[in-house]
Write a protein that binds this ligand. Structure first.
Ligand code: 5MM
Length: 343
């Protein structure tokens, strides 16, 4: 029986579970591998992802879905089983990044537009055959002098909406990711500015989604948290981040959206967990709120693995620990004591 968009979306944000963003494009995974002195070859990329997807307890208990890159959805494990099957065997859902990256937006210096709509319908049909049941498209909004402009926000919101409509037409749940950056060069903006820009961005995204006739009950929102820019020198408390983030959602996100799964955006892994847990303690949250982390789920595992076969168990243990901590955070139950004890 074909699973409905609503059922898939609900499974992605099931209590205590969240999404592993393992969709680093070739240039990003190269940067990650550079940090451990490992060459970025197709085999090394496969070995790394196989290590993560076969971490049975982490995957079964805490990872509801995995976002893959085009290369990965076509790769097989060392024993010949497709990586997609490894994910499914652990009761997790394979997903796929379908955007082609953020490119300079013509006549808007310093701003980008995410490309990838041409031929998307045909690619979605193929990805569905390969096992993907959800997809992801990331739009990037930069805060700076005079930025973002309303033009860049609405162009990106429009592209997100066209992508989401195409996904739903093809039985795929769209993850809609409008990321207001916190770690761009010279990110001196305050948390107040981040909240204002996040609200303006989300408002525009939902306006476009509704205009495109996207069924909000069959999608997941993947936003940034409301935090100060990394060069702002401002220290926001966990409670302030949580309150401002949830306030931004109340102002803009319809309650028919079943789930919100955050990106980590350059926060340290433990801080991303702490913030998520605090957010899940704020009363009056009509949406399931969880994680869809890339760096914050993988950084420790990548380091422990270090590209060596003999370290696979250590890499998986590090991945299990972060998955557990984020699973607890998705329930609002993470504590610094548990972070230390279980480690
Ligand atoms: C894993 O990183 C994803 C792919 O980025 P590139 O296309 O730039 O290589 C990225 O979209 C990711 O899914 C989100 O930004 C969340 O990751 P973080 O690391 O911010 O949690």
């Amino acid at each position: 029986m074909t699973e409905s968009l609503q059922d898939i979306a609900r499974r992605l944000v099931a209590p205590g579970k969240g999404i592993l963003a393992a969709d680093e494009s070739s240039s990003t995974i190269k940067k990650r591998f550079d940090s451990i002195g490992l060459e970025s070859t197709a085999d090394n990329r496969r070995d790394y992802r196989e290590m993560l997807f076969s971490a049975e307890t982490a995957m079964r208990e805490h990872i509801s879905g995995v976002i893959l890159f085009d290369e990965t959805i076509r790769q097989s494990a060392r024993d010949g089983r497709p990586l997609v099957q490894l994910i499914q065997a652990n009761n997790s859902i394979p997903g796929i990044k379908v955007d082609m990256g953020a490119k300079p937006l013509a006549l808007y210096p310093g701003e980008t537009i995410t490309e990838g709509l041409d031929g998307l319908r045909e690619r979605l049909v193929e990805y569905h055959k390969l096992g993907a049941r959800f997809a992801k498209w990331r739009a990037v909004i930069t805060i700076g002098a005079g930025l973002p402009t309303p033009g860049a926000i609405s162009a990106n919101a429009h592209a997100l909406a066209r992508y989401a409509a195409l996904c739903q037409e093809n039985g795929i749940v769209p993850i809609v990711e409008p990321e207001v950056l916190m770690d761009n060069p010279n990110a001196t903006h305050t948390i107040e500015t981040c909240q204002k820009v996040t609200e303006a961005t989300l408002a525009s995204v939902f306006e476009e989604l509704e205009r495109a006739r996207v069924d909000l009950t069959g999608m997941i929102l993947k936003p940034n948290m409301v935090v100060p820019g990394k060069d702002s020198g401002q220290n926001a408390s966990t409670t302030e981040v949580a309150e401002r983030t949830v306030a931004a959602f109340h102002a803009t996100v319809p309650t028919s959206v079943p789930g919100i799964a955050f990106l980590s955006g350059g926060q340290s892994d433990v801080l991303a967990t702490e913030h998520l847990s605090r957010i899940n303690q704020i009363p009056d949250r009509p949406w399931a709120i969880t994680f869809s982390y890339g760096r914050a789920l993988q950084a420790a595992a990548l380091k422990a693995w270090g590209g060596k076969r003999e370290n696979i168990a250590a890499g998986q243990a590090a991945f299990l620990h972060r998955s557990r901590m984020n699973g607890l955070a998705a329930l609002g139950q993470w504590t610094p004591e548990l972070e230390r004890e279980i480690a």
